[in-house]
Design a protein around this ligand. Structure first.
Ligand code: SF4
Length: 169
């Protein structure tokens, strides 16, 4: 498959550890469309297709989970409650079998969840299936519950990924 110089340069924006995989995806997409030379336009169009899971994609074989947690609470919480609950398959993780994996654990980036969209996109090529909103986002305690929860949830659902509310409560 031919690539223009500009398209190859554009791909340098993709992190190096997923760049080859992303290039293959663009080439597969271009082949399906009968495109013979990949320009920046093709890359951007393919990227648009890849940043949301296509409902016709085959369902991934095993649950691959990410946990989004509150940036403010992360100052005082190393995440032990979430991991303990996952390791024992308790509370909101009781639905999974031993084959489930946590593939991402990150904070929202601060109000109003500014980095959730970008980080979910980064995990889509790794067959992310579920995103848990950590219990710290949902409960009123030392910190108030997240006022942006619904907005964050919509952002994740729009990527074609299931959302589960809670981790260890
Ligand atoms: S958006 Fe919600 S989860 Fe994120 S820092 Fe603000 S209150 Fe916490």
């Amino acid at each position: 498959m031919r690539w223009t110089k500009e398209a190859l340069e554009y791909m340098n924006n993709v992190p190096f550890f997923v760049r080859e995989k992303a290039k293959k995806k663009v080439e597969e997409w271009a082949k399906q469309k009968g495109v013979e030379e990949i320009t920046v336009n093709e890359v951007m169009e393919a990227r648009g297709k890849m940043t949301a899971r296509d409902v016709s994609d085959p369902k991934p074989q095993k649950p691959k989970i990410a946990v989004v947690r509150c940036h403010i609470v992360s100052e005082v919480c190393p995440g032990i409650g979430c991991f303990n609950s996952f390791n024992k398959r308790e509370q909101q993780f009781a639905r999974y079998g031993p084959e489930a994996e946590i593939i991402g654990f990150f904070t929202c980036g601060g109000c109003s969840g500014r980095r959730v969209s970008r980080l979910i996109e980064k995990l889509l090529p790794y067959e992310l299936t579920h995103v848990h909103l950590s219990s710290c986002m949902l409960l009123d305690g030392d910190y108030p519950r997240c006022p942006f929860k619904e907005q964050i949830k919509k952002t994740i659902l729009a990527k074609g990924v299931e959302v589960v509310e809670g981790t260890h409560h």
